[in-house]
Design a protein around this ligand. Structure first.
Ligand code: NDP
Length: 283
């Protein structure tokens, strides 16, 4: 059996042309151009590359994305002041702080300072709470993108057993809640889970966000499972890999997302979609 490859890149391209561009045109006809501010602190190479991808995709959607750069020594007070100004600026519809930030800056404080209506990463307690309640909100980008990919692969989450490996606040926990809101039965696993293999063996849909290169092998994956690989790692000899060993997993899965070209492009897509959604609500 050859698995269906769930190309986040293709899904994002398709939705860009068919959904985002027309929504931006409708806003522009009303005199509104969605504007996103990305706060980038320090010179983290991976962050700089993610920010470039966001800028490029924003440009193709027809929205403005500005990266405001600060050096490593910028104070927390300065960033909080910038966020306060952004919250009050009606021409700005969305703001994100590219993570990680230097140790002297509190991620919690920074995220809590962002007004929920402009929180296009979906990280503020208000937006996470809304997501937990199953209310419409700006949903965190990676989890939102994962659900879109599963559905685009022809899988209906209703009644399915979803196993999530990883419980971070930005991927594991919110994606589990989104799947639950879609009527899936959800198991969340983490580093203290006993007998991870037995948990994975129950999965109709397996979402892996552990941050460990190729940790999950094909022989652990149940036949016919839909696999979403969130991890992204640079391999020693060059190239990228995920948290799942693709070569063996592709032989067992019904459908699988690749790395690169899987969850990454859908995360970027959802950020731009959230910015457009914020502009629609704020205008
Ligand atoms: P975190 O490091 O915050 O969380 C990792 C989770 O995996 C933790 O809950 C941890 O458990 C669990 N874990 C670690 N080792 C094991 C193990 N041996 N068995 C079971 N569970 C384990 O990572 P993130 O959620 O932020 O990211 C995960 C991966 O996804 C990374 O590779 C990251 O780069 C990638 N990523 C990709 C994105 C994209 O857009 N493509 C976006 C965000 C992340 P515990 O809580 O017990 O410590």
């Amino acid at each position: 059996m050859t698995a269906l490859i769930i190309s986040g890149k293709d899904i994002a391209e398709n939705l860009l042309d068919n959904e985002l561009v027309p929504r931006v045109e409708a806003l522009k006809a009303k005199g509104v151009t969605p504007r996103l501010i990305v706060i980038l602190i320090g010179d983290h190479a991976a962050s700089a590359s993610y920010v470039r991808q966001k800028e490029k995709f924003a440009e193709r959607a027809g929205i403005v994305a500005e990266t405001w750069r600060y050096n490593d020594s910028v104070t927390e007070a300065k960033i909080l002041e910038e966020i306060k100004n952004i919250n009050e600026d009606a021409s700005i519809h969305g703001v994100i702080v590219q993570l990680p930030v230097p140790d002297h800056i509190s991620v919690e404080k920074i995220l809590r300072a962002i007004h929920p209506s402009k929180d296009v990463d979906g990280f503020t307690p208000e937006n996470v709470g809304q997501l937990f309640l199953g209310e419409p909100t700006l949903e965190c980008c990676t989890p939102k993108g994962i659900i879109r990919m599963i559905e685009a692969s022809g899988e209906d989450l209703n009644g399915k057993h979803v196993v999530v490996v990883g419980r971070s606040n930005i991927v594991g926990k919110p994606v589990a809640i989104l799947a639950l809101n879609k009527n899936a039965t959800v198991t969340i696993c983490h580093s203290r889970t006993k007998d991870l293999e037995a948990q994975i063996a129950q999965a109709d849909i397996l979402i892996v966000a552990v941050g460990r290169p190729e940790m999950i092998k094909g022989d652990q994956i149940p036949e016919g499972c839909t696999v979403i690989d969130v991890g992204i790692h640079r391999k020693e000899g060059g190239g990228l890999c995920g948290d799942v060993e693709f070569a063996s997993a592709v032989k067992k899965a019904r459908a699988i997302s690749p790395v690169p070209g899987g969850v990454g492009p859908m995360t970027v897509f959802c950020l731009i979609e959230n910015t457009i959604e914020a502009a629609e609500k704020l205008s």
